[in-house]
Design a protein. Structure first.
Length: 161
């Protein structure tokens, strides 16, 4: 069963690459007392993620933040090296958080894992977006197909804000 609107996010720890190496970021640090847009992708550097999903959030970053959002974060079941390289190559470094859910701990805890073994990707995250206020899910948009980024895209999130 997946997390639902009104649920509190479970405790988890992510890794994010910085100039000083990896840092751990807990859900408490990221979400407590803040309004955060979190979107998840099946994998960094994959086509829909890199060509559609991430660019929409980067292009609309200032507009989203201007609507009372404190932080924007992208999450993937990848290691922090991959997420750091994706942040660098996409131009998103320092603009949004690139969170590595390396062991899928958070993804499993919220019930949004996807077995993409048939495509050679293994266990990954479903594609989704959520608006989180002080650790509580206020909006949740889950894609039916991992190859689409419409209901979880930046344009759809902007309509909710």
């Amino acid at each position: 069963m997946s997390i639902a609107i009104g649920d509190k996010l479970p405790a988890a720890t992510f890794k994010e690459k910085t100039a000083d190496g990896p840092v751990e970021i807990t859900t408490e640090q990221l979400f407590a007392g803040k309004r955060v847009v979190l979107f998840a992708v099946p994998g960094a550097f994959t086509p829909t993620c890199s060509l559609n999903h991430l660019p929409g959030y980067l292009e609309n970053r200032d507009t989203i933040l201007g609507k009372g959002v404190d932080e924007i974060a992208v999450l993937a079941v990848n290691d922090w090296h991959v997420m750091g390289a994706w942040a660098q190559s996409s131009g998103g470094l320092g603009k949004i958080h690139f969170l590595a859910d390396w062991d899928a701990g958070f993804t499993k805890a919220v019930g949004l894992e996807a077995d993409l073994s048939a495509g050679g990707l293994g266990l990954r995250s479903k594609r989704y977006s959520m608006l989180v206020e002080d650790g509580v899910v206020k909006a949740l948009n889950i894609e039916e197909s991992p190859g689409q980024a419409t209901v979880s895209g930046a344009a759809a999130m902007l309509e909710l804000l």
